[in-house]
Design a protein around this ligand. Structure first.
Ligand code: HEM
Length: 398
């Protein structure tokens, strides 16, 4: 049995804000599967190597059902809610609900949205152009682009963005007490419940309306399930992509030679986005699972009932898969990365996120060729305490 001294605290501290905690390098080579103490005081295994992370996320002996006793929670004070969304469910219910949405997020379908997404990017870049620098890039571009895109897709009125952007932010803030997080979730649920009811009477050409008019009408989903799905998509659609935009911009500004390569060759944008996803791994807190039976992982046996966290930033810097993993190289083939997870729960919204990120990183630097940080960058506040990593604000000038 490992001793207490062998149970480090997780998450570990970063040193360079754009790199994962340096201790991950040692864990990957010396103790790739290790027991750690979480914020809740509970213990869980950490999987730090690329292959082990993929095993945890793909092997059905690891459950994603957060209502099971022993499931590792990322923050203290959260009750295990019976009203789960499918991101925290196992087959067959997970498969059934996810399948109802896959058409909406198919690459072909999302490609049809590309012109609309590009227009949305242009609209917020126009507004930025009309403002007097310096501006904070987070509320000017990084948050509104994914917010408006997901609103159009779901059929959520963008006028209410102050309200739901605030609720989403509070829901992913690990420094807030559990009851404040649940209160934010309840406010957003109530809002979406009203919206679902309204769409029952006057449906539009949007995802929530289709769930109501087709799936609810057929008895495949009930009202609560539709609200849960809308909540998951709204929050997931905001927080992740917004932080990739702000942190990705900062990263490119800090790597001028890489930025110059992207500027000189817009065809590099898809590869550049994959590399930024790998390098930054904004879902940084560990993706939780619970062992349903004893499973051998690397050199250890994870017992049934024990929790495991798949540490994505560590897997994405594994030198066994990505040579010189700590070097940002927009020309590398990074497509294998696990920034979107892996296995049955791999990100449903990834085609959408890719199109948004490609459009932003191409056009932002074309339209603002002299874009730079407004200050020295030493006073930036990073989102260490949030489920999704990033910067709280990013003041830029041009
Ligand atoms: C750069 C942006 C994004 C990143 C890095 C990201 C990352 C992830 C990760 C790591 C997972 C797996 C979680 C797990 O296995 O427990 C996930 C799942 C998911 N993501 Fe994303 N995501 C992004 C954008 C989006 C967008 C734009 C949407 C929605 C429109 C979305 C919707 C979802 C959904 C619904 C799931 C759950 C899938 C399932 O359980 O089957 N994501 N995402």
């Amino acid at each position: 049995m490992p001793t207490e001294t062998e149970r480090p605290a997780f998450p570990a501290p970063r040193v360079d804000p754009l790199d994962p905690p340096p201790i991950y390098t040692r864990w990957r080579s010396d103790q790739p599967v290790l027991r750690a103490e979480l914020r809740t005081g509970e213990h869980a295994w950490l999987a730090t190597r690329f292959e082990d992370v993929r095993t945890v996320l793909q092997d059905q002996r690891f459950s994603a059902d957060a209502t099971l006793p022993g499931f590792p929670l990322l923050r203290p004070g959260l009750q295990r809610s019976g009203r789960s969304t499918f991101i925290r469910m196992d087959p067959p219910e997970h498969t059934r609900q996810r399948r109802m949405l896959t058409r909406e997020f198919m690459i072909k379908r999302v490609e049809q949205l590309r012109p609309d997404i590009e227009r949305i990017v242009e609209r917020f870049l126009d507004e930025m152009d009309g403002a007097t620098p310096p501006v904070d890039l987070v509320p000017t571009l990084a948050l509104p682009v994914p917010s408006l895109v997901i609103c159009l897709l779901l059929g959520v009125p963008y006028e209410d963005h102050d309200f739901f952007q605030r609720c989403s932010r509070e829901m992913v803030d690990l420094s807030r007490p559990g009851d404040a997080v649940m209160a934010a979730r309840d406010r957003l649920r109530d809002y979406l419940a009203e919206l679902v009811a309204a769409k029952r009477h006057s449906p539009g050409d949007d995802l929530i309306s289709r769930l109501v008019t087709v799936r609810e009408a057929d008895g495949e989903l009930d009202r609560e399930q539709i609200i849960s799905i809308a909540l998951l998509l709204l929050v997931a659609g905001h927080e992740t992509t917004a932080n990739m935009i702000a942190l990705g911009t900062l990263t490119l500004l800090r790597h001028p030679e890489q930025l110059a390569a992207l500027r000189g060759d817009p065809a590099l944008a898809p590869a550049a986005v994959e590399e930024l996803l790998r390098y930054l791994s904004v879902v940084h807190q560990g993706v939780p699972r619970l062992a349903l039976e004893d499973v051998t992982l690397g050199d250890v046996t994870v017992r049934a009932g024990e929790g495991v966290l798949a540490v994505l930033p560590s897997a994405n810097r594994d030198p066994a898969v990505f040579p010189e993993p700590d070097r940002l190289d927009l020309h590398r083939d990074a497509h294998q990365h696990v920034a979107f997870g892996y296995g049955a729960h791999q990100c449903l919204g990834q085609p959408l996120a890719r199109v948004e990120l490609q459009a932003v990183f191409t056009r932002l630097f074309e339209r603002f060729p002299t874009l730079r940080l407004a200050g020295t960058g030493t006073d930036l506040r990073y989102r260490d305490d949030m489920v999704v990593y990033g910067v709280h604000r990013l003041d830029v000038t041009w």
